[in-house]
Design a protein around this ligand. Structure first.
Ligand code: SF4
Length: 68
């Protein structure tokens, strides 16, 4: 599933979309074809999954270099 954390430029409020779509951020906006992310805005929440994967990857590289 796609993870869109930045609001769309057409998003006004929950259930309100200037393009006449549903405009529900956690449902319709995640799969909408008209989605265009806003620039210069912070995401609604941090991508913890990505952060965790980076941390695990760094740990594995350090461990691999130590064992080498
Ligand atoms: S992603 Fe689609 S539904 Fe959501 S605000 Fe943008 S145009 Fe509207």
């Amino acid at each position: 599933m796609t993870e869109r954390e930045v609001a769309c430029i057409y998003y006004m409020y929950e259930g309100g979309c200037s393009k006449g779509k549903k405009g529900t951020f956690r449902e319709a906006c995640q799969i909408c074809k008209k989605y265009k992310p806003r620039t210069g805005t912070a995401p609604a929440r941090a991508n913890l999954k990505k952060k965790k994967m980076e941390k695990i990857r760094e740990r594995d590289i350090r461990q691999m270099l130590r064992d080498y």
